[in-house]
Write a protein that binds this ligand. Sequence first.
Ligand code: SF4
Length: 448
Amino acid sequence: MNEKNDDIYIYGDIQIKANKWGANYYLKSSYPVRHGQYSQIETPAYIFQFNLNGEIKLIQDKINAPLYPGEWFKRSMANDWTFYASPGYGATYHFMGEYYLPCFSYPTNAVFDDYIFNNERLEQALNAFKELIDRLKRLSTKGMPVEIESFLKSVTENNLDRLKHKGEDFHSILNSRISVLPPDTRHTDYDVIPIILSDGCLYNCGFCAVKSGQEFQVRSQQDILKQIKGLKTFYGDDLPNYNSLFLGMHDALNVEKELIEYTIETAVETFDIEHSKMLYPKLFLFGSVDSLLDADESLFETLNKMPFYTFINIGMESPDQETLDKLRKPLSADKVKKSFEKMLDINLAFDYVEITANFVIGSDLPDGHFSSIAELTKKEYLESHNKDLIMAITSMAAPKMHENYVKKGNIYLSPLIGDKSLKKMLKRFDELKKSGYLSMFMYLIQRL
Ligand code: SF4
């Protein structure tokens, strides 16, 4: 017999909760938090969470997950699955700045060997999802509330084949895959609407695994408008669950200010960001050492007035010349240091713009790489650059090992792909983190 209990609908051992609300902002928490509005179907073995298009977004395994409910699979709009592992909150926060460790189903620079994507478990979960769809198709709709009937219809239509095609449609709209998201997108659990402003990059560095190999080229305004319109249709009923944008690809900071402004304003209006179900909209983009050094103050003034908190991640890689040469990055260490100083200045000058820096980490990089990062992040250097950088601790969120800290400008360390000396690398990470006065985290390559 079918039962209705408040907003929970029970059909045999299937429990349906439609239009549930999670948190309306992205909070960092040691217990699992769901965000925005969604619907959920629970069976004895799994919890399936759906977005407002009726597309599966998250699967939580109630039986096989040893740390249930601390682990789950999440599907991106590009139809990639990520496994959120829970190796221990303290250690994960120390390395990632988050309480859960994302494990990817594709090759990346992941370093935590004990926590890898488990294909077998995903396959089991997806088989359970297929079985669920078959069962839902056989459910009698007699006496079923209209909203539940319509929700179940969209769930059964969005089977795995259809979702695969939707992932391909997503990349067709962008006319590209997104090979890497900025590290700062962790602040919205990687839930962003991407808009590609440019392709290629300035340096095409030898070591880089995410580059397209193309020369830097800016997209036309017409192309950008086409993407925005296409994305509005693609995100569909789930669009109000988003309030954050990623301006791609590797160096949107190198795009002329007017086009950046046009893109943001058009996206804000078209996606109706103001009425999103989520609070605190964020804007993310990558920049390069040269685009940061060339950027006019007026660009940051413009970004500072936008309805977003903007994060710009600069791929600096190393302040050490020997390391830059080894990485085959055609830049001087002097330029990298100047861009680092500009990052510090901008972070002090603008309340709603935050520049973050990305350096590589690897076990066999020259010692000069580590000593030069340590030099740039130590208290004496920061104070000599600008004494206002070091803030007195006023909150529990401040790093415990220092009396003072710098509020903005995280440093991300991106492991070099293929580095097998994990222990040595993590030891280096710890040493840098302990000696530095800027927050420091690992950066794993996540695509979209
Ligand atoms: S590190 Fe950045 S600039 Fe260098 S090739 Fe990769 S994307 Fe391009």
